[in-house]
Design a binder for this molecule. Structure first.
Ligand code: NAP
Length: 417
């Protein structure tokens, strides 16, 4: 498809797919969406950190050519007032495969529920992948935040969040209530709104498969299916059953279940698969955090659990995130646009910066990812932080968004790769 307004850079190459794997050129074109509100402040600092990390890791042998694409308020200025998520943007992500984005304003009214949900659905980014671990020095509400080190794989396309719902009093809601009553004998109060919670074999299997592959590639030893299957048997309970079934069918040589082990030790080279009821996992991550490594969840549980885990290690301000499909990934800030601070060079760019580290891991540039993470740890350990952490720490130095970026870049020289 020809682009309406975008002109891809002349320099650099795009990521290709060969045999189901990403082939990443040394001078790679990566699209970015800077985001609304504080997005431009954050992006300016983040881009400099990313370029410095690639330079630190590979000298001049590898480089990113950044390609700006548009969504949110900036898109409406360029493409017209109704165009929050232009076809150009979706096409560019499809073509270039890996992109990074800042926070976007959620349009009020109109046909778009949320730009992030739109992106996930249009590009079939079926897994929301969020690693949650503590950065040394970040204030946390728990005594041993370093014990939590999990990666959450949350299903992105189904469940009550998929947006299949009808408002109370509409013809559709009334009709569904009637059919469910007459045909299936289930009574729903006539003044109800209706939401549908589909969970399929297809979506469950591809999510669990992605999580198991991730565990294998990253040397993780435990995977937990999180569900509310004791109550919602045919959706959440089925999610658990289909998860176990695909592990047995496709990964029998690597995965053993808790039931198979029967209290014994995990054999060398194997990965443990177990499951936990959703309410219990909220206790478990607080009380026995080091027993969990990868959590795989349907959409709604994963939404709550991601934020609860992030809070445990010091809040959403620095939590990275990504939405991943088959050979395609969009890496993103997990916080919103914080519009009251827009243009003040004030907010914490840590979430986008750590999402960038995830992106470099995803494209097979782990040294650049390590340079970013370690520089961030060193900087926070020296108590050089933005206002959000500054107000929680004693004796810290207050930095601006750009100043925090500078401090990270300065710390990179000390990072051992
Ligand atoms: P928000 O933008 O996340 O801001 C809420 C508060 O969180 C801020 O006032 C600030 O707290 C803190 N905060 C957020 N980002 C920060 C950062 N980078 N550094 C330091 N502190 C930060 O949530 P919101 O005000 O509810 O939403 C604003 C807009 O963003 C809405 O249009 C919403 O729909 C959208 N949104 C987008 C995304 C996304 O694109 N992924 C996610 C969530 C919300 P203090 O006031 O205490 O300093």
């Amino acid at each position: 498809m020809a682009y309406q307004r975008l002109v891809p850079p002349r320099e650099g190459q795009k990521i290709r797919i060969e045999g189901g794997k990403l082939v990443v050129p040394d001078t790679v074109i990566l699209p970015f969406i800077e985001g609304d509100g504080t997005g431009p402040d954050i992006w300016r600092a983040s881009k400099r950190v990313f370029d410095a990390a690639v330079q630190r890791a590979y000298g001049g042998d590898r480089r990113v050519v950044w390609f700006e694409i548009f969504a949110g308020e900036k898109a409406t200025r360029l493409y017209g007032s109704d165009t929050w998520l232009p076809a150009d943007t979706l096409e560019a992500i499809r073509e270039f495969r890996v992109a990074i984005k800042g926070p976007l304003t959620t349009p009020i009214g109109g046909g778009i529920r949320s730009l992030n949900v739109g992106l996930r659905q249009e590009l079939d980014l079926y897994a929301c992948v969020r690693p949650v671990s503590w950065v040394r020095g970040v204030p946390s509400p728990v005594r041993a935040p370093e014990k939590l080190d999990v990666v959450i794989f949350r299903e992105n396309t189904e469940d009550v969040y998929a947006g299949i719902e009808w408002a109370q009093g509409t013809e559709e809601a009334r009709e569904l209530i009637r059919i469910i009553g007459e045909r299936f004998g289930k009574k729903i109060r006539p003044d109800s709104g209706i939401g549908i919670k589909p969970i399929s074999i297809f979506a469950t299997e591809r999510l669990v498969r992605m999580a198991i592959r991730y565990a294998i590639q990253n040397g993780r030893k435990r995977i937990t299916l999180v569900h509310k299957g004791n109550i919602m048997k045919f959706t959440e309970g089925a999610f658990r059953d289909w998860g176990y079934a695909i592990a047995k069918r496709e990964f029998a040589d690597r995965v053993v279940t808790e039931a198979d082990l029967d209290g014994g030790d995990l054999p060398k080279g194997k990965i443990l698969l177990n499951d936990r009821i959703a309410d219990s996992i909220f206790q478990q991550v607080l009380l026995r955090p080091d027993e969990y490594e990868i959590l795989v969840t349907p959409n709604l549980n994963g939404d709550y659990l991601s934020d609860a885990c992030a809070a445990q290690v010091g809040g959403l301000g620095m939590a990275p995130g990504s939405n991943i499909g088959d050979e395609i990934g969009v890496f993103e800030a997990t916080h919103g646009t914080a519009p009251k601070y827009a243009g003040q060079d004030k907010v914490n760019p840590g979430s986008v910066i750590l999402s960038g580290a995830m992106m470099f891991d995803f494209i097979g540039w782990p040294e650049a990812a390590r340079a970013i993470r370690e520089a961030l740890s060193l900087t926070v350990a020296r108590k050089q932080v933005t206002y959000d952490l500054h107000r929680l720490m004693d004796g810290a130095s207050l930095l601006s968004t750009s100043g925090f970026g500078d401090a990270l870049i300065a710390s990179m020289a000390a990072v051992k790769l």
